[in-house]
Design a protein around this ligand. Structure first.
Ligand SMILES: NC(=O)c1ccc[n+]([C@@H]2O[C@H](COP(=O)([O-])OP(=O)(O)OC[C@H]3O[C@@H](n4cnc5c(N)ncnc54)[C@H](O)[C@@H]3O)[C@@H](O)[C@H]2O)c1
Length: 245
């Protein structure tokens, strides 16, 4: 399968790496040449890159080299998306930018290609409406770092083509992820994971600003009471370092 990843930042580079490692041809594109350079370095020599993967025994040198050979970095969007089966958009979380890119992708990618967004929460309805193929547009939300996290939140609408859903679910499974298909809510940001995460974080922050308990006390109480691996404020630090979103 030929795939394209649009935006070679933190998420795009990791997603491109996972797809290549899972046997897919990947064309990763960006508007900034230095972003492509950073992505290439991260995928080869970064903390979760191929070299470290080989050192840790996660994959063989031959498998890493084969994956790297399937991974192409380019500034040329049109070439990147030509003849693709699946495009994953990973540009910054700004609706105006995403809508502009979805319009471009709709024009440049093959008519039956699936266009997926890794948005953290923008309703699918708005992204799908920017194209003339709304049934082939969906959200495939990954967590950071993509190489490590099994999270795959796939957001769909009534109108989404069941074949597109099956295809993306199967691709996620093939990438070693644990796909869960959920419904779009046209008025709510955050799908499932981020709606619940931010609701929890808002209340935890209110508890602290009301002077009821300190961040450390909240963390301790929540881990002791609910068996969470870390408390809400430790989770935020983890997200900034590259876990979750
Ligand atoms: N960082 C996380 O933990 C995380 C987790 C899940 C989802 N997300 C979502 O993933 C998306 C990307 O986040 P990120 O952290 O990788 O951002 P990032 O800033 O690291 O990377 C975005 C990249 O997109 C490029 N870009 C901007 N406009 C472009 C265009 N028109 N065409 C091609 N490339 C373009 C930028 O040059 C940059 O390299 C966002 O929607 C974000 O909300 C982020």
């Amino acid at each position: 399968m030929k795939t394209a990843v649009i935006g070679a930042g933190v998420m795009g580079s990791g997603i491109a790496q996972v797809l290549a490692q899972s046997g897919h041809e990947v064309h990763c594109t960006d508007v900034a040449e230095d972003a492509l350079e950073r992505a290439r370095t991260s995928v080869t020599r970064g903390r979760y890159g191929f070299d470290r993967g080989v050192e840790r025994g996660k994959l063989t040198r031959a498998a890493a080299d084969a994956a790297l050979a399937r991974l192409h970095f380019t500034l040329d969007l049109e070439a990147a998306v030509s003849a693709t089966d699946l495009v994953i958009e990973c540009i910054p979380e700004r609706l105006d930018l995403k809508i502009r890119v979805f319009r471009q992708l709709d024009r440049l990618a093959p008519p039956d290609a699936i266009l997926a967004s890794n948005s953290s929460g923008f309703p699918l309805a708005g992204l799908a409406a920017a194209t003339d193929r709304p049934s082939r547009v969906l959200v495939w939300h990954w967590a950071s770092p993509p190489v490590v996290m099994k999270f795959a939140e796939i957001v769909v609408r009534e109108e989404t083509d069941p074949d597109a859903i099956r295809f993306v679910r199967k691709t996620a499974l093939g990438c070693g992820k644990n796909p869960i298909v959920v419904k779009d809510h046209p008025m709510a940001w955050g799908y499932v994971a981020n709606r619940i995460y931010f609701a929890m974080l808002n209340e935890a922050s209110r508890v602290v600003s009301d002077g009821v308990a300190s961040e450390e006390e909240v963390n301790q109480l929540m881990t002791d009471c609910y068996g969470w691996p870390v408390g809400p404020f430790a989770m935020v630090k983890g997200a900034r370092k590259g876990f979750g979103d």
